[in-house]
Design a protein around this ligand. Structure first.
Ligand SMILES: *[C@@H]1O[C@H](CO)[C@@H](O)[C@H](O)[C@H]1NC(C)=O
Ligand SMILES: *[C@@H]1O[C@H](CO)[C@@H](O)[C@H](O)[C@H]1NC(C)=O
Ligand SMILES: *[C@@H]1O[C@H](CO)[C@@H](O)[C@H](O)[C@H]1NC(C)=O
Ligand SMILES: *[C@@H]1O[C@H](CO)[C@@H](O)[C@H](O)[C@H]1NC(C)=O
Length: 404
């Protein structure tokens, strides 16, 4: 292409002949911009490779992550990988980001919330779901929607309580008192009207006894912090709150505390039965087990399809079928399998296993439930029967709880 070549050389020649210094400067600028262009192209290529690697890694088997729990440090960083490392430094230490330790993570508001019920296995459920590589869980209980002082801090405060997650991962938090707090459904809807809600329930009498047991244990172990679980710690810290107004459905913290005090010295039977032998529906462990009283409020705010009712008794006995339902509900591919569980015969329940660690849940399963008079259990079951039927009707599912 001679003519073209001639044209350009002519042009340069013309410029060069007339203003040699300007031409040299022009050439230098051209070279520098050419260099910069290539540098930027190279950097963005490295960037997208990194991003692709992180997405691939997150969707890969847990094993990939297990092998290097710490963020990979490059030994000889070039200028571009140095930049990538600088970005990594903005991400918190691996202990906070157990699964996602790559640079392009962020905190997101939860797309799913475990709203209750207390003593029905909310912690177990969250830990089991965390076995799924696409799930990130908030640490502890956030209590954003049920405590006015937290709610007033706003959604940005809430978001900052969430774990780092990758695009495509689902962030989940659990706060069991959401279920029984009247303001919560409307507040959650205001954040995300299409959020997915998980409600885990157990047979109401079993739950009430478990509730009684925990309230009693708390009284005797308040000084030994090691025995206090995350949930009880947060509840205990809330005792400093001044007592406010509360109806039958929402006893105040002060009321709860006085019940705790009573629970330390009185048996379950004494607390649950009135002197005339009828059931005391005002006793908190009984009140909370009347699920339908709370459920109808949730169904006034959310569609039934947004709420999954998880059978807590079955989750403890045989976790997989319930977890498969949840994976489907959350739109996740099935990744949790038999390999994630092993039965501990000493404890009598399943422990969790991912590729790095085994984990047996503490909670009340290690705690011995008191032997409750079988006549009282039967009486309670008959009492709950009618209430259970109402709950089944509301949710359109029969949970098959014993009628006596
Ligand atoms: C495996 O389980 C342990 C204990 O629960 C946890 O600390 C760790 O982050 C888990 N690993 C992954 C990759 O989820
Ligand atoms: C609301 O929740 C749905 C269901 O989890 C989720 O797909 C959607 O991204 C959420 N919206 C926002 C703004 O977080
Ligand atoms: C019922 O339980 C509530 C809360 O524990 C208690 O204050 C009340 O005295 C009990 N009523 C009777 C009749 O035992
Ligand atoms: C099973 O549970 C017992 C009692 O808590 C514990 O000592 C033991 O280490 C557990 N075994 C396994 C394999 O997790």
């Amino acid at each position: 292409m001679r003519p073209a070549e001639g044209d350009t050389s002519d042009c340069i020649l013309v410029v060069g002949v007339s203003r040699p210094k300007l031409a040299a400067a022009f050439l230098l600028v051209a070279l520098v911009s050419l260099f910069l262009t290539f540098h930027i192209l190279y950097d963005s290529a490295v960037y997208s490779l990194d991003a692709a690697a992180s997405v691939f890694d997150s969707s890969d088997e847990l094993a990939t992550n297990q092998l290097d729990p710490a963020p990979p440090r490059r030994l000889q960083p070039s200028s571009s990988s140095q930049q990538a490392n600088n970005l990594k430094d903005l991400v918190p230490p691996p202990s906070l980001v157990s699964k996602a330790h790559f640079s392009r993570t962020n905190r997101h508001l939860p797309q799913a919330i475990i709203v209750g019920v207390r003593k029905c296995g909310t912690r177990a459920l969250l830990e089991m779901l965390f076995l799924h590589p696409q799930i990130q869980k908030a640490a502890g209980e956030v209590h954003f929607f049920d405590r006015d002082d937290n709610y007033e801090k706003g959604l940005e405060w809430y978001r900052k309580k969430m774990p780092y997650s990758l695009k495509g991962q689902i962030t989940i938090e659990k706060s069991p008192s959401y279920f029984v707090t009247p303001e919560v459904p409307e507040r959650i809807r205001a954040m995300n009207a299409s959020i997915k809600l998980l409600l885990i329930v157990r047979e109401p009498v079993t739950r009430a006894i478990s509730d009684y047991t925990q309230l009693r244990t708390r009284v005797s172990t308040t000084s030994t912090s090691s025995a206090v679980t995350t949930s009880s710690t947060s509840s205990l810290s809330s005792l400093a709150r001044p007592p406010g107004g509360g109806g039958i459905l929402t006893p105040t913290f002060a009321e709860e505390e006085s019940q705790r005090g009573a629970a330390s010295s009185r048996t379950f039977e004494e607390l649950v039965l009135r002197p005339d032998g009828s059931i005391n529906e005002s006793y908190r462990p009984i009140t909370i087990s009347l699920y339908h009283n709370y459920m109808h409020r949730w169904l006034e705010v959310f569609s039934r399809e947004q709420i999954l009712v998880v059978n807590g008794d079955q989750l403890i006995e045989d976790p997989l079928p319930q977890l498969k339902r949840i994976e489907m509900f959350l739109g996740l591919e099935p990744r949790i399998g038999r390999h994630n569980f092993y039965f501990n015969h000493t404890k009598g329940f399943y422990c969790l296993r991912n590729d790095t660690a085994d984990k047996c849940l503490r909670e009340s399963k290690g705690r011995k439930h008191p032997r409750v008079n079988p006549l009282v259990v039967s009486k309670l079951r008959r009492f709950f029967n009618e209430h259970n039927q109402r709950f089944y009707e509301l949710v359109g599912e029969d949970l098959g709880w014993p009628e006596e």
